[in-house]
Each structure stands twice: as structure tokens, then as C-alpha cells.
Design a protein around this ligand. Structure first.
Ligand SMILES: Cc1ncc(COP(=O)(O)O)c(C=O)c1O
Length: 283
């Protein structure tokens, strides 16, 4: 980010260069906190309510105080305006850490740290959305309850994504310890089989906001996006696959571990339109 940019640090909108967090902040020491990444279009954040609900649920589960009476919409709008992001696409991050608190375990710190920042978002090119992304299976499996939360402890996912990049792929697919497909390093998975849409039900997968709103949009159209546990060995039966997250939307998968996955441009367009119309409906 450039120096002319601003960031919310707790209740203050400060120039990025002046924003300081203590070296004793538990977000830094232990990854003891959570974050949300949202897409904003023309100064309007998408699915803010759903993202805040997930953040609040994680904070509650780990006894991190959730900021009270924060005028979220107003803050996001002010930030986007201050950073000249009231046109085009932006990525907004909301980070909440336990802040300063002494002791192992989950001490009830009274001063959580809240950071909200926004930067311009350059989405993948239309050619990428058309041609899809190759994905590879990350060899390290993961089964942990922390996976169900978007925690600041993101190292596993960074390593998984790097593994994919090193293989010339764009996303890593994470499997649970028992071989069930879980999710991508920064994406949820959707697949089509026998003309129906599914997502992976897995004990450690993050409940994606994109999946949630897409399921809602499909339900409006009389269709379903059903969570089903699926072993990696059965993924070959998929007729098409997509990666989904809040920033990128839906990206088709072009191959998995070098095996081509069929592209289904009409289904891609349908799902993308469905997601876009949910974004228009959201407040
Ligand atoms: C591990 C993981 N799974 C899934 C997702 C997709 O979540 P969402 O649709 O809420 O952006 C993300 C988002 O970055 C993620 O980090």
C-alpha cells in the first residue's frame, strides 16, 4: 500500500504509515485472532453482514471480545472513500486479534485490536476465468477444528498455495486426514455431477461466505448447492469444478493433478450471474 492510504486502527482512521500495533499483540505473537476478506465494488462492500457474522462467531468461540457498537458500514465507506476506492474493485480486510493479554490459553483480554484496511483489487483476467486454473493436491493433510475459522494463523494455507505455485498450478487442494476433499488454500470447492451442484462437506473446512450466498441464490432459482463428503478418489466423476472465494468469485478448475477437468462455460456463467445478483440484493 502507498503512504497516502488510510487504515482503521481500532477507532481511529490513520495514515497507513502511522498505524502501529504492539509487538506484544497476540495476533503477532500467536496468530491469536481472525480476519475477513471482502470484495467491494464501486465503494459498496459485498455480503458484509455474512462476513461479520462469521467473524463474530469465531471471536465468540475463542473468547476474543467482539467490538461493540462499531458502525461497520460507515467505517468501510469512509475508508474506501479516503483511499480513493469508491470506484472499481477493492479488497477489504477486517482483522480482529485478542490484542494484549498475558498467559497461555485464551485469556479474556479487554483490548482487542481491530484493523480495517482496503486496497485496490485486480481480479484474474477474463482469459483466466475462461480457461480455468490448474490445481494440485497439497500432500500435507489437515484435520483441525481451527480450520473452521478464518484465523490469523494462515501459515498452512500460505505453504499450500506456494506448493501449488511451485508446481506451476494456481491453487492447492487440501484433504482431510482421512482423504476427504476439504477446500482450496484460499477457496471453497464447488462441483457438478449429474447436472447438480455440490460443495465438499469436511470437518475442517471454512464455511465460505461465497458458498453460503451462492446456495441462497440457487435456492431462489429452485436449485441446490448441497454439501456432500467426497473422497479425493471420487472427484474424477465431477463434470465441472469451481473454486470460490469472496474476492475472486468463481474460477473454473481446468485440471487436477495434471488430469483435465471439463470446463462448463454455460454453468460458469450461470453461477457467476447468480452470485452477482445476490451481491446486488445484499445491503
Ligand atoms: C481456507 C479458505 N477456504 C475457503 C475460503 C473462501 O471463503 P469465502 O467465500 O468466505 O471468501 C477462504 C477465503 O479466503 C479460505 O481462506
Amino acid at each position: 500500500m502507498e503512504n497516502s492510504e488510510f487504515v482503521w486502527l481500532n477507532d481511529e482512521l490513520v495514515p497507513l504509515g502511522e498505524a502501529r500495533v504492539s509487538v506484544e499483540d497476540r495476533g503477532f505473537l500467536y496468530g491469536d485472532g481472525f480476519f475477513e476478506t471482502l470484495r467491494a465494488e464501486a465503494g459498496r462492500p459485498h455480503f458484509l453482514r455474512e462476513h461479520l457474522e462469521r467473524l463474530r462467531a469465531s471471536a465468540q468461540a475463542f473468547r476474543v471480545p467482539f467490538p461493540k457498537d462499531t458502525p461497520w458500514e460507515e467505517r468501510l465507506q469512509q475508508l474506501l472513500r479516503a483511499n480513493g476506492l469508491d470506484q472499481g474493485l477493492a479488497a477489504v480486510k477486517i482483522l480482529l486479534s485478542r490484542g494484549l493479554a498475558v498467559g497461555l490459553g485464551l485469556p479474556a483480554g479487554a483490548n482487542p485490536t481491530l484493523i480495517i484496511w482496503a486496497r485496490r483489487y485486480d481480479p484474474p483476467s477474463p482469459a483466466e476465468y475462461g480457461g480455468g486454473w490448474p490445481v494440485v493436491t497439497f500432500p500435507e493433510r489437515r484435520t483441525t477444528f481451527v480450520g473452521r475459522h478464518k484465523s490469523l494463523n494462515y501459515l498452512f494455507y500460505l505453504a499450500a498455495r506456494q506448493y501449488a505455485l511451485d508446481q506451476g498450478a494456481r491453487e492447492a487442494i487440501i484433504l482431510e486426514a482421512d482423504g476427504l476433499v476439504s477446500e482450496g488454500a484460499a477457496t471453497s470447492l464447488i462441483y457438478a455431477r449429474a447436472g447438480r451442484y455440490y460443495t465438499c462437506a469436511a470437518p475442517s473446512a471454512l464455511a465460505g461466505v461465497t458458498i453460503q450466498v451462492l446456495a441462497r441464490g440457487l435456492a431462489r432459482r429452485g436449485l441446490t448447492l448441497e454439501p456432500v463428503p467426497i473422497p479425493a478418489t471420487q472427484m474424477q466423476e465431477a463434470e465441472a469444478m469451481w473454486l470460490a472465494n469472496s474476492l475472486m468469485g468463481l474460477m473454473p478448475v481446468s485440471s487436477w493433478d495434471g488430469r483435465p477437468v471439463p470446463l462448463a462455460p454455460q454453468a460458469t456463467q450461470y453461477l457467476q450471474e447468480c452470485l452477482a445478483s445476490e451481491a446486488l440484493l445484499c445491503k
